[in-house]
Design a binder for this molecule. Structure first.
Ligand SMILES: NC(=O)C1=CN([C@@H]2O[C@H](COP(=O)(O)OP(=O)(O)OC[C@H]3O[C@@H](n4cnc5c(N)ncnc54)[C@H](OP(=O)(O)O)[C@@H]3O)[C@@H](O)[C@H]2O)C=CC1
Ligand SMILES: CC(=O)C(=O)O
Ligand SMILES: [Mg+2]
Length: 759
């Protein structure tokens, strides 16, 4: 049995930092219309806004045409059943609801906001949601406890003319049923023969068992269990929703019910299932332990007693994540795209079948790469698509939309399904895909040894641990063992468990070799042996770079405690440049990925250097999986106005023309011409086939200033500058970089040594 575990890759502090920094929360709002001029203001607000107001007053459905309603979903909770943590109040549910909202955006480009309602009274809750309901294209109810959730959802769906979908019920039912269809197939069992035990007769459990029966599981072969034990026919104090699934059975406890069962579906709480129970199940048992954040039983415990089990959990850090994240984004995408009035049974069945079918299809390499480099093939460890599968966005919603159209709940049918699929593909955020591909490629061959030069820093220790836990490669911490252990302990980490190699420069067995070797390099550059000995003994960047040069490490990360130029100077004394070295920043904004060069090396590049920068940037971008289209930026547009700097750019273009390079380039031009092909009418001779994705800046100050400006004002995410072109990859983060930034830098270092270095 393969090792299914990845173990948790973060500490509590990491989770809090993630939610706190750089700004609290996980969500923000961005306008999609310009708000720059007086005219914009007049159109967006008074008086222009009066026109759509009147149109909607005359026909309420016009809100779909003139407002964001049609792509807007509310995630609404009162916090009475937050994951499996129980009733912790409406505000405590906000991180989960914000989380669902960002997943809507990330996976299906659905705009979403969370609403936490401060009441446990179902009638009051219904009144609140009913009165704000028309604002949205759909409502995702979340983490509301049973049995109240059933009445709440049913009444709201009657009151509102948009989908009201309690995700814990139906999202979970769809995913668990899809998983069960496939798991049964793999186990060689038929749905109608399966003996199914459900532990957790709540929102998720009852809906799941209901859909499983609709898919073919026989009612008499099921047993459902709550905190009191088996819900048998005739049991006292059983509500109508549980009673609907009660069976005529002599069984009274979960232990008894599990004997000989083919399937156990856990939608209850941590630890509800024991190893002994699993041991008593039928051959090839199917165990879905779906409680969050901790499952009813861990896969490790199942494996310790049953090597023939098919196991799934709700968590992302084990194989087979059976979690409603695979459902709600795509169900709502399909429902919104036909302006559905509700999500009905047929739409849910269509979604479950589509998910089950997708898992059986051949998994393209890009998907495997995106998911930890695992070879994904339909089987015991891959019964359901992974959440990062980029096919989900165009594969699933058409089935949901079609079912809505077939059953008469679509206001606006889709006319051309092929065209719809193409449109869906373009919704996937390319910037997220880039990071995914890079991490995926590194994970696929996690064989790089990355030396973290500032190994005594707490943030670096945490980053090295995160890097190791995410299976990105082998970290090495440079520093004094005692201090590293002390700082790790203060960060709440157990260094013995982490098992990360520590190298202390002063006592390293390689110290003499590095000193001899570096002295050889530097003796005619003004350095005495004792200078070199001091550098190797006392300066972590020299030692770490020497580790890379001499083969004890593949690449390095540094910069947390010392500024870029100083670090670069030190590293350059040890490592050579391959052909040319540049700084490349990645700018992620508004669904676009732009590469900006040179953001760190050439201060005032001449024409030759500009051409070299373009060549290096294009080569790197290509190796990151993109087709480069290079624009040389300037204040000047093709000679107007003339000037010294602009002339250098023109000369760079001539150099590239003469060299006959194999990528598109053009210049000199201002950013708007580079980024927006529609503005190029006056320049029909321009040679770029689309918007530019590599921006070569005329000088380092314009490069550095512009990237920081868009980061500060435009809300763009900037990664880097990445240092490209040294003989061994060295990534220099900014002073005081966060744990995530250090991990990203280490990932790029490993990527450059692998994907780029080995080509
Ligand atoms: N993987 C996924 O995608 C999803 C997972 N879940 C998880 O499912 C669980 C239940 O959520 P939800 O249905 O919304 O919550 P509910 O509060 O509606 O239901 C919880 C149910 O679990 C029962 N239960 C609680 N503890 C135990 C126990 N130790 N043994 C047996 N039954 C128990 C309760 O019994 P009683 O009725 O007697 O109180 C109740 O029937 C949570 O852990 C949640 O995180 C939920 C949705 C999606
Ligand atoms: C996944 C989810 O919705 C839950 O655990 O409640
Ligand atoms: Mg939930």
């Amino acid at each position: 049995m393969p090792d299914l575990t990845d173990k948790q890759t973060f500490s509590d502090e990491d989770a809090l930092d993630f939610h706190r920094l750089p700004a609290p929360g996980k969500i923000s709002m961005a306008p999609i219309k310009p708000m720059a001029t007086q005219r914009d203001l007049s159109l967006a607000y008074s008086p222009g806004v009066a026109v759509p107001v009147l149109a909607i007053a005359a026909d309420i459905d016009k809100a779909y045409d003139y407002t964001s309603k049609g792509n807007l979903v509310a995630v609404i909770s009162n916090g009475t059943a937050i994951l499996g943590l129980g009733n912790l109040g409406h505000m405590a549910s906000k991180p989960v609801m914000e989380g669902k909202a960002v997943l809507f955006k990330r996976f299906a480009d659905v705009d979403s906001f969370d609403v936490e309602v401060k009441t446990t009274d179902p009638d009051e809750f219904i009144t609140v949601v009913k009165n704000i309901g028309d604002t949205w294209g759909g409502i995702n109810l979340e983490d509301i406890k049973s049995p109240e959730c059933f009445e709440i959802e049913a009444q709201l769906q009657d009151l509102l003319d948009i989908p009201v979908f309690h995700d814990d019920q139906h999202g979970t039912a769809i995913i668990s049923t899809a998983g069960l269809i496939n798991a049964a197939h793999i186990a060689g069992k038929k749905l109608e023969d399966l003996k199914v035990v459900l532990t957790g007769a709540g929102a998720a459990g009852l809906s799941s068992i209901g859909l499983m029966k609709a898919a073919g599981v026989r009612a008499e072969n099921t047993v459902i269990i709550d905190r009191e034990g088996v819900v048998y026919k005739g049991r006292a104090n059983v509500d109508q929703w549980k009673a609907a699934h009660a069976t005529d059975t002599h069984l009274r406890t979960l232990e008894e019910a599990m004997v000989g069962a083919d399937v156990v579906i856990g939608l209850s709480a941590k630890g509800a299932i024991t190893k002994e129970m699993v041991a008593s199940m039928a051959p090839n048992p199917i165990i879905f332990a779906m409680a969050n954040p901790d499952p009813e039983i861990t896969p490790e415990d199942v494996q310790s007693v049953r090597s023939d089990a098919i196991i799934a959990t709700g968590r992302s850090d084990y194989a087979n994540q059976v979690n409603n994240v695979l459902g709600f984004p795509y169900i709502f995408r399909g429902a919104l795209d036909v302006r559905a009035r509700r999500v009905n049974h047929e739409m849910k069945v269509a979604c479950a079948q589509a998910l089950a079918a997708l898992a059986r299809e051949d998994v393209p390499d890009e998907v495997a790469a995106a998911y930890r480099g695992r070879k994904l093939k339909f089987g015991r460890d891959y019964i359901i698509p992974t959440p990062f599968d980029p096919r989900l966005i165009w594969y699933i919603p058409p089935f949901v939309a079609q079912a809505a159209m077939d059953t008469g709940v679509a206001r606006k049918p889709i006319e051309d399904m092929d065209e719809y699929r193409t449109r869906l593909r373009s919704r996937l955020d390319p910037s997220a895909a880039l990071m995914q591909n890079i991490s995926g490629a590194v994970r696929a061959a996690p064989n790089k040894r990355v030396v973290f030069a500032e190994g005594e820093e707490t943030s670096v220790i945490r980053a090295a641990w995160g890097f190791k836990q995410a299976e990105l490669g082998t970290p090495i911490l440079l520093g004094r063992e005692e201090l590293i252990r002390k700082n790790a302990a203060e960060a709440g980490l157990n260094f013995d468990e982490m098992a990360i190699e520590i190298v202390n420069a002063r006592v390293s067995e390689h110290n003499a070799d590095y000193t001899d070797w570096l002295y050889e390099r530097l003796q005619r550059r003004g350095y005495l042996r004792r200078d070199v000995q001091r550098m190797i003994n006392q300066d972590r960047n020299y030692f770490a770079a020497a580790m890379c040069a001499r083969g004890q490490a593949d690449c390095m990360v540094t910069g947390v405690t010392r500024n870029f130029n100083m670090v670069l100077k030190e590293v350059r004394r040890v490592l050579d440049v391959k052909e040319r070295m540049i700084g490349l920043s990645i700018l992620l904004a508004k669904g676009r990925t732009l590469f900006v060069a040179d953001t760190s090396i050439h201060e005032l590049p001449n024409a030759e250097e500009l051409a070299e920068i373009a060549i290096q940037a294009a080569e790197t971008v290509r190796k990151l999986g993109k087709t480069p289209r290079v624009a040389f930026l300037s204040y000047s547009t093709f000679g107007n106005p003339p000037g010294d700097r602009a002339e250098k750019v023109r000369e760079a273009i001539r150099i590239l023309d003469a060299r006959g390079v194999d990528f598109e380039y053009e210049g000199e031009m201002p950013p708007e011409l580079a980024l927006d092909p529609e503005q190029r009418a006056a320049y029909p001779f321009m040679r770029l086939s689309g918007h530019a994705n590599v921006l070569v800046m005329p000088a380092i100050h314009s490069a550095a200033i512009s990237t920081r400006l868009v980061q500060a004002l435009g809300g763009a995410t900037v990664i880097g500058p990445l240092l490209v072109g040294l003989e061994k990859s060295v990534q220099i983060v900014s002073l005081g970089a966060s744990v995530s930034e250090i991990i990203t830098a280490a990932t790029f270092a490993a990527y450059e040594e692998g994907a780029i270095g080995e080509e």
